[in-house]
Design a protein. Structure first.
Length: 585
């Protein structure tokens, strides 16, 4: 097949040699490559006349060919590289040579800067118009690479992250404000759906949902406004903007949450829901006055997210068996502990889904109700009308429950009522903020709960954390650092070598090396000896006994198993803070 002569300027390898592609028909190329038959092409062309869709899309939708085969076939025919974007090591400064709007319009990504030549991935390497426009926009000679179109769409979302759109909306809002902020006028127009403040927040929520963020932070600083999102437990900067737009953003959010927009001196908490495409997101808003304005933090709860079962939360099988035995009891207190955002509520609802049955009355008291589960009586507390945890708990006990879930034991009154319910024949599930399982009974004592109540009602404590998992696309062997090797040596007493892995960072994980999280757990069951030690309020004796019972079954050993399996990294184990001292007993 005759190809036009390449432009002589670049010095790239022949496979990536730039040049304007010859005008070819995709169907003819695929037939020539023997990827489809002439009959399949004719059927697809007939379908194209009826639907108006592109030939390539119709072939993929009908299952005749896959995106990967199509892209590979084009690459062979045009003698250009085929690139797997899932594992390609993107460089942000190279990608950003092409603005987001142009990248999405022409379905193109800049992959490599080779000096005189740019290697550009195109969803359709036969698109001559896109080739000409990209050459004009980039003002460089370009070489083309073929890529699967679906990989390109995912790469856009990972690499551009709506940054250009969000920054543009921030500038538009800044321009609307001018040199002064008229809060009265802003309040009057805050409901306008086309207003920059509304569109900016919409884009922020869409970006957060797109990357699976759990929180959005809007933080006024001396130099400007910082907007960050928390993904897999780690904050990532989304954009920096003029600090003047912080006030209208906070005011708009407070309007949505029904808060007092005139009060800027005190912290406020509220909630609202937003509809994004096919998902409804519950948003918990917290505002805090700072030196440079109000900081706003939003916790995002996706109502459409499926609730996990106990079998797939990642709990080790022997521990899961013991936990199910505890859940089968008719009374007692079961606590799930850990810091904020460690997945405690997910574990509790997985437990409720397991024991929920027609013969049981289950009541939950939460702030807010995070999951909807059929068959449960769910109550959301409201401090504004004095509908507190303690007040709802007292009322619940008159509703003849079998199982009660208390969202969090925040104070002595709530804890004491929950423990009394456990003593008087109810199974009570709740959460508490403690570092590990062994310190939990003494956290209750520190809150002012009588020792005899803790000793007689507490049945079991699960402590947990969430650790990031290595990205499966770029996971590779890793040589431990001295600090990591020291942790391994202390954990593995027999000196057995532990093969470590870590993600190097790729487009699939946004360069972090991690994708997704899993819980790591430890379970402490109270027996007669532990109960007696707890009733004496002797922390030293209790913790010594508890550590003996948990030896080899702590969170640190659980994360060590994940390291052995190559599912998480040593750096993640050290970041979470799994100290050896707490496990050596």
């Amino acid at each position: 097949m005759n190809m036009e002569a390449p432009t002589p300027a670049p010095t790239s390898p022949p496979a990536a040699a730039p040049g304007r592609p010859e005008k070819l028909r995709l169907g003819d190329v695929l037939v020539q490559q023997r990827l489809i038959s002439q009959e399949q092409l004719q059927q697809t062309l007939e379908l194209q006349r009826q639907t108006g869709k592109k030939v390539g899309r119709l072939l993929i939708e009908s299952g005749v060919i896959t995106e990967e085969l199509l892209a590979n076939g084009l690459a062979r025919q045009l003698r250009i590289p085929f690139v797997n974007l899932k594992t390609f090591p993107f460089r942000a400064e190279v990608v950003k040579l092409l603005p987001e709007s142009a990248a999405r319009r022409f379905r193109a990504l800049v992959l490599e800067d080779k000096g005189a030549t740019l290697l550009v991935a195109l969803a359709d390497p036969l698109d001559l118009f896109a080739f000409d426009e990209l050459t004009r926009l980039l003002k460089r000679t370009i070489a083309i690479a073929a890529v699967p179109e679906s990989q390109l769409a995912l790469a856009f979302d990972r690499l551009y992250r709506r940054t250009e759109e969000i920054s543009g909306l921030a500038r538009a809002l800044e321009k609307d404000l001018g040199d002064t902020v008229d809060f009265g006028e802003l309040t009057a127009t805050a409901g306008a759906e086309g207003a920059p403040v509304v569109r900016l927040l919409q884009s922020l929520f869409e970006d957060a949902m797109q990357v699976g963020a759990s929180d959005v932070h809007i933080e006024p600083q001396e130099a400007g406004l910082q907007i960050r999102v928390r993904v897999d437990g780690v904050l990532q900067t989304q954009t920096q903007a003029d600090k003047r737009i912080g006030a209208p953003l906070a005011q708009r959010l407070k309007l949505m949450a029904g808060l007092d927009i005139s009060e800027k001196r005190l912290p406020q908490d509220g909630r609202f829901s937003v509809r994004l495409k096919d998902h409804t997101i519950d948003v918990r808003l917290s505002t805090l006055p700072t030196n440079y304005g109000e900081s706003a933090v939003m916790r995002l709860l996706n109502q459409g997210a499926g609730m996990k079962r106990l079998d797939n939360i990642g709990m080790p099988a022997p521990m899961l068996k013991r936990f199910r035995e505890v859940l089968g009891r008719s009374s007692g207190l079961v606590l799930v502990t850990g810091p904020t955002g460690s997945g405690k509520t997910t574990t509790l609802y997985a437990a409720l889904a397991e024991i929920n049955a027609a013969e049981l009355k289950v009541i939950t008291v939460e702030d807010p109700v995070e999951y909807r589960l059929p068959g449960l009586t769910q109550v959301q507390v409201n401090d504004k009308i004095e509908l507190t945890f303690a007040r709802v708990l007292r009322a619940c006990l008159r509703q003849d429950p079998d199982v009660i879930l208390v969202g969090e034991m925040r104070d002595a009154e709530t804890a004491e009522i929950g423990l009394r319910a456990a003593i008087t024949g109810h199974l009570v599930l709740s959460t508490l903020h403690t570092r590990d399982a062994t310190s939990t009974p003494f956290r209750l004592l520190d809150m002012g709960v009588p020792p005899f109540m803790v000793a007689t009602s507490l049945q079991a404590v699960i402590a947990q954390r969430l650790v990031r998992l290595n990205c499966v696309e770029c996971n590779e062997p890793h040589e431990p650092s001295p600090q990591e090797q020291s942790w391994l040596t202390a954990m593995v007493s027999d000196g057995t070598a532990v093969p470590a892995k870590r993600g190097r960072g790729c487009s699939s994980c946004n360069g972090t090396g991690y994708s997704g999280r899993q819980g790591v757990y430890e379970l402490l069951e109270m027996d007669a000896v532990l109960t007696q030690a707890a009733s004496r309020s002797d922390p030293g004796a209790f913790m010594k006994l508890a550590r003996e019972r948990m030896q080899g079954h702590t969170m640190a050993f659980h994360v060590l198993d994940l390291v052995r399996q190559g599912r998480t990294s040593l750096a993640e184990a050290l970041r979470i803070g799994f100290d050896v001292d707490e496990d050596e007993g």
